[in-house]
Design a protein around this ligand. Structure first.
Ligand code: NAD
Length: 418
């Protein structure tokens, strides 16, 4: 999704939907059906705070579409969460699951809260109460949440536990991104970064690029960015720059990623790392490199910095890192963009594997998971590229057309009752 300043996201998502629908010559009735979220639940979560007061937080769960299977999408705890943003993100999840052709619809949930101001106990209370409130809507056969901004394995364990208490038995398949000890999947933690790198390998094969002769810069050194940097370095590609919220580091000779990972394991941030030069996040985006991987926040590549970007390939690990204006500038410059709904889909693919394993109560080895992920990403990449060449559109529009086209075809063939 090329987007997005907060507040405009839904407008942007619908504008892109309409552009893709025009190019697909989508039947007007199908367009009408796919323009609306299927179900929305708004909840109030009153929480006993540590100081004895009660505060009430507003939360949402949106199932945008369930035509291809149960709804799937993360739960975000953030002060800027609102209903429109949640609808937009649920729509994007719908197209993303369809691009990688896994049998899910799309959903998103969130609570408008700043968790950084709360204790773990308060956050646990909030997670459990929110789960309780949305429990009529979720379940392994209905809607399967996962981590998103400011939620992680810890929250997923609380959700699984709360939902299981309501049911009276353990329901592992109600969420993904859980700890392995309660039904999580091997390889889930690395899956998004791994999917980013599988996409780059596909592009290198298609475009005849020798990765051992290329350099890359990665913005964001969290889950997605650090795994992408580590695995990309394994291909022989030189990682020249990485950054986090406090700034970045750069070395034209290439960073020793394992040394950097050891450093952040001890010091949390890259700040103070000695074996490289210090650069800002802005400098990282425009530094001398062949491949740029934004893997931090949305809206980082803008009309102001896009003209100065030197990378010839951008692989969107983050959701919506490129504004629409920047997207136009980069397309005119001929930059090869692997859009977020393809580039970062590895996470939801391995979430799907986690859910399948939970339903079967039979768990796979990591190699099997990575091989299956590779095959799904490879097929999705090839389908997007073939759509892009066929219809003479950008990779981003091709991915949207592929995803929206698949959802529309399911809706058409299932028909409309009554
Ligand atoms: P994370 O919290 O693990 O890491 C985020 C990283 O970005 C951290 O290193 C943080 O310091 C850095 N960062 C924060 N603000 C920044 C700023 N202003 N400038 C530069 N760096 C900044 O998060 P994550 O799970 O790695 O997710 C990163 C992005 O990938 C998000 O956009 C997320 O929506 C997207 N994504 C994640 C997954 C997943 O499975 N984790 C799946 C799909 C998409």
């Amino acid at each position: 999704m090329a987007a997005k300043k907060h507040g405009d996201l839904l407008k942007e998502v619908m504008a892109e939907f309409n552009e893709a629908a025009d190019l697909l010559k989508l039947d007007a009735n199908l367009r009408e059906r796919l323009s609306h979220p299927r179900r929305i639940l708004i909840v109030s979560c009153p929480i006993n705070m540590d100081d004895g007061t009660v505060r009430t937080f507003e939360g949402y769960r949106v199932q945008y579409n369930i035509t291809r299977g149960p709804a799937k999408g993360g739960i975000r705890f953030h002060p800027e969460v609102d209903l429109n943003e949640t609808i937009a993100l649920a729509a994007l999840m719908t197209w993303k699951c369809a691009v990688v052709n896994i049998p899910y619809g799309g959903a998103k949930g969130g609570v408008r809260v700043d968790p950084t101001t709360m204790s773990m106990k308060e956050i646990e209370h909030l997670t459990r109460r929110y789960t309780w409130e949305i429990s009529p809507m979720i379940g392994p056969e209905k809607d399967i949440p996962a981590p998103d901004m400011n939620t992680n394995e810890r929250h997923m364990a609380w959700i699984m536990d709360t939902f299981s208490i309501i049911k009276g038995y353990s329901v592992a398949g109600v969420v993904t991104g859980k700890p392995i000890s309660i039904g999580g999947s091997a390889g889930r933690r690395e899956a998004t970064g791994r999917g980013v790198v599988y996409n780059i390998i596909e592009a290198a094969n298609e475009l005849d690029i020798d990765l051992t002769k290329k350099t890359a810069a990665v913005q964001g050194f969290g889950n997605v960015g650090s795994v992408a940097a580590r695995l990309l370095a394994q291909t022989g590609c030189k990682i020249v720059a990485v950054s986090d919220v406090k700034g970045g580091i750069y070395s034209s000779k290439g960073l020793d990623i394992h040394d950097v990972l050891d450093y952040t394991a001890k010091n949390t941030y890259l700040e103070g790392y000695k074996n490289a030069d210090v650069i800002s996040n802005d400098d990282l985006l425009t530094c001398d490199c062949d491949i740029l991987i934004p893997a931090a926040l949305g809206g980082q590549i803008t009309k102001d910095n896009a003209p100065n970007i030197k990378a010839s390939m951008i692989v969107e690990g983050a959701n919506g890192p490129t504004t629409s204006e920047a997207d136009g500038i980069l397309n005119n410059k001929g930059v090869f963009i692997i859009p977020d709904i393809l580039a970062n889909a590895g996470g939801v693919v391995v979430s799907y594997f986690e859910w399948v394993q939970d339903l079967q109560a039979f768990f796979w080895h990591e190699k099997e998971i990575n091989d299956k992920l590779r095959s799904i990403i490879s097929n999705a990449y090839k389908s997007v590229r073939s759509m892009a060449k066929d219809k003479k559109v950008s990779n981003r529009m091709a991915a949207l057309m592929l995803g929206i086209g698949r959802v529309a075809e399911c809706a058409r063939i299932r028909g409309l009752r009554p």
